[in-house]
Design a protein around this ligand. Structure first.
Ligand code: ZN
Length: 575
């Protein structure tokens, strides 16, 4: 049966679900294992930083900002924006003092005070990295900084040339896989030149990463007080941070959210629509939720510089599974595969829904009832339909409905006990009729007479077809195959059925009668030794041709066709 309602629902799901789930594009563009490079911007934030952020956003490129504490204090919105847009916020001291001339205590203050300032506008971020002004340090400074110290390997001298084209050329000509590039976002020419270099290097296959990502992806753990200048290829690329994966399920009637992320990554999420980067709480395990809830989440190895793009999902209910349906002793039994889901049903062929009868106990059915049922309830979208037909003769099948062309014949032959289902309340009308099934039907039609206890190499005692096979071979209705077996799993062609039916009718003394044989258009395709049988059964109207007047002698028989043919053998059954 084609259920338009279900098709429409599936279509809507296909259209709507992507609309409800989107990712805010943080850069995770390049394939794993490519060339990595980290752009760093020092001495800001300043007036040109906003334009730089615009250009980076346009290109989907993350960078690292080594900020001066006193500038961060002057440009708080810029700090916040840079952090929100996925850039790494890092520490370049408070005043840009040359640290080797300061006491350890004063140097420590420079970096500590700056971290406090940076935290204010970066969601309480931690994991700051440091760069010492002028790259000058000694052991005292390294100890005072108390963070990993990041140097550089590509220096375009942008502060000196103040020419965008020169900056661009100097960056591009010195770039290499794993390099850290030093630029200053306090000069418009530096910003312009750096963005031009980004375009050149992107075209050359570079992937831009934050400093923290450069080292994480190459499997290098940064240590406090150590100095790092580059991370050339070393055979390791852990790949970009994958966004969290969100799944919903219903357990005991409660909608439950489960999220997962890469190994070692944490998930930060919010449920009230707010930004998880600033307000996310740490996900620790599945939680109960409800439809309409807006879940936003990011995955991160470090929120400051190693985090994924965001996922945002408006929760919907999962679709319940269709109810299971069976009939025992004329009583309908319905169960939902989803514990806690309700089942609604009709017995008059009407569409089932929440205003239909809610199932709570087996229901006595009237013969001829069409049962339709859905599963659903508070936390599920309604399932697809289950349906079945309790026929006038009291046979229940889930795959035969009264409007099917073979329905009445199935009712007749199943009601007579000749053809039964294939199990699970299925008749399986389109599958072929097999030899084992055919002899079983004929045996039943003959009243299940006893027969000689023949054995077959392909049959075991207890096989369903064995009584029929013994009887059919003993009575000369069919023969053993070439190997002496019975071949119960072989399909049956229409001319083979004609031969067996003809012999059956002769053996049971009901051969006589009938009009003239039908003049089939494909008569010359009928095997010579089947011709007289085809003529005899067609004359009696038991096997007739198709719409074009063809007998189709070699076509195999489906179970639906068999039902129609056998129904013709029962008295008082008009086609
Ligand atoms: Zn500097």
């Amino acid at each position: 049966m084609i259920d338009m309602n279900r098709i429409i629902k599936r279509f809507l799901a296909a259209v709507l679900i992507p609309a409800l789930l989107w990712m805010i594009p943080l850069p995770t563009r390049a394939a794993q294992g490519g060339k990595l490079i980290a752009l760093t911007f020092d001495d800001g934030p300043g007036k040109p930083t906003g334009g730089l952020l615009d250009g980076l956003k346009e290109r989907g490129i993350p960078v690292t900002f080594f900020m001066l504490g006193n500038c961060a204090e002057s440009w708080p919105a810029t700090v916040e924006r840079a952090y929100r847009e996925g850039h790494q916020i890092a520490n370049h001291s408070w005043s840009h003092a040359n640290m080797i001339y300061l006491s350890g205590e004063d140097a420590a203050w420079e970096f500590r005070r700056t971290n406090e300032e940076l935290k204010k506008n970066s969601g309480g971020a931690s994991g700051f990295l440091a760069r010492v002004p002028y790259g000058n340090y000694n052991d005292t400074v390294r100890a005072a900084v108390g963070m990993p110290i990041i140097g550089w390997t590509v220096d375009p001298l942008d502060w000196k040339y103040r020419n965008a084209e020169t900056v661009r050329k100097n960056i591009v000509s010195s770039a290499f896989d794993g390099a850290i590039v030093l630029v200053h976002d306090i000069h418009p020419t530096s910003v312009e030149g750096a963005l031009l270099a980004v375009d050149d290097l992107t075209a050359a296959g570079y992937e831009f990463v934050t400093v923290r990502e450069l080292f994480r992806r190459r499997g290098i753990d940064l240590q406090n007080g150590s100095v790092y200048r580059s991370a050339p290829p070393n055979g390791t690329d852990k790949g970009p941070v994958a966004p969290p994966v969100l799944e919903t399920s219903v357990t005991d009637g409660v909608l439950t959210v489960t999220m997962s992320a890469g190994e070692g990554a944490e998930i930060r999420c919010t449920l009230d629509g707010s930004d998880p980067v600033f307000f996310g709480w740490k996900y620790t395990g599945p939680f109960a939720a409800w439809p309409g809830l807006n879940v936003r989440a990011v995955a991160a190895y470090c929120m400051n510089g190693s985090r994924s793009g965001e996922i945002a999902v408006t929760l919907t209910c999962p679709e319940a599974r269709p109810p299971k349906m069976t009939v025992e002793d004329g009583r309908l039994i319905l169960t939902s595969p989803d514990p806690g889901a309700a089942v609604f049903y009709t017995t008059d062929g009407g569409r089932p829904g929440h205003d239909s009868v809610r199932y709570d106990a087996p229901v006595t059915l009237d013969p001829g009832s069409v049962v339709r049922a859905v599963s659903g309830g508070e936390h599920w979208l309604d399932s697809g339909e289950s349906c079945g037909w309790y026929s006038p003769l009291g046979v229940f099948f889930r795959d035969v409905m009264p409007e099917d062309w073979f329905a009445r014949a199935v009712d007749t032959v199943a009601g007579a006990g000749w053809l039964r289902g294939v199990g699970d309340d299925l008749f399986s009308p389109s599958t072929p009729l097999y030899r084992g099934q055919l002899v079983t039907i004929l045996h039943r039609m003959a009243g299940e007479p006893d027969a000689e206890a023949l054995t077959f190499p392909d049959a075991s005692e207890g096989d369903y077809f064995l009584p029929g096979a013994r009887w059919a071979v003993s009575a000369g209705i069919t023969e053993r195959d070439e190997d002496g077996g019975f071949s119960p799993g072989e399909t049956v062609s229409r001319e083979e059925l004609a031969v067996m039916l003809h012999r059956y009718l002769a053996a049971t003394g009901t051969e006589a009668g009938g009009d003239s044989p039908l003049p089939f258009a494909d008569r010359d395709e009928i095997s010579p030794d089947a011709l007289s049988a085809v003529d005899a059964v067609s004359a009696r109207g038991i096997l007739i041709g198709d719409m074009e007047g063809c007998f189709r002698p070699k076509a195999f028989l489906t179970r639906a066709e068999a039902a129609v043919i056998f129904a013709r053998l029962l008295p008082n059954d008009a086609e």
